[in-house]
Design a protein around this ligand. Sequence first.
Ligand SMILES: C[S@@+](CC[C@H](N)C(=O)[O-])C[C@H]1O[C@@H](n2cnc3c(N)ncnc32)[C@H](O)[C@@H]1O
Length: 158
Amino acid sequence: MAIVCAFILLPVLFCGAIYLPTKKRTVEKMVELSGIRPGEIAVDLGSGDGRLVISLAKAGAEAHGYEINPLLVLVSRWNIRKAGLGGRAFIHFKNFWKEDFSQFDIIAIFGISRAMEALERRLKKELKIGARIVSNAFPFPDWQYAKKEDTVFLYKKL
Ligand SMILES: C[S@@+](CC[C@H](N)C(=O)[O-])C[C@H]1O[C@@H](n2cnc3c(N)ncnc32)[C@H](O)[C@@H]1O
């Protein structure tokens, strides 16, 4: 019980961090719409079990994930090792709000619905020209998306 509290309930209580995995078909759609090219740097903000990070790395990116739930950090690092992507996919046990987004070419987002307005402001300010954002299910309030397929919104920093 104590372990459940430490690993699952505390991140939810203190950070509002609910875990819900993206469906496999949607992960594929997000990677496809991102138009990722080998050598680009990608990040999943709130990386869960690492499924998006793994798919982005398989598509040729140097892929990073930020995750505040320590149990999911362990699981995702294990999944990355199992997939043989140790040198290309990295999970950081960190709050993504404290990071600088300017190094990334691709940003993947799912499930931080309450923060889309604040995230839009940060990304518009920090991302480099040409960077793309793929958001599953939740659009930004003001940013006009470049494309929408199924539940995935694609944004481009022009
Ligand atoms: C809805 S899940 C999505 C997981 C994964 N991206 C996927 O698509 O399968 C959202 C994840 O974001 C994490 N999270 C929420 N806020 C965060 C923050 N500020 N920093 C890092 N991770 C965060 C949660 O712990 C949770 O695992």
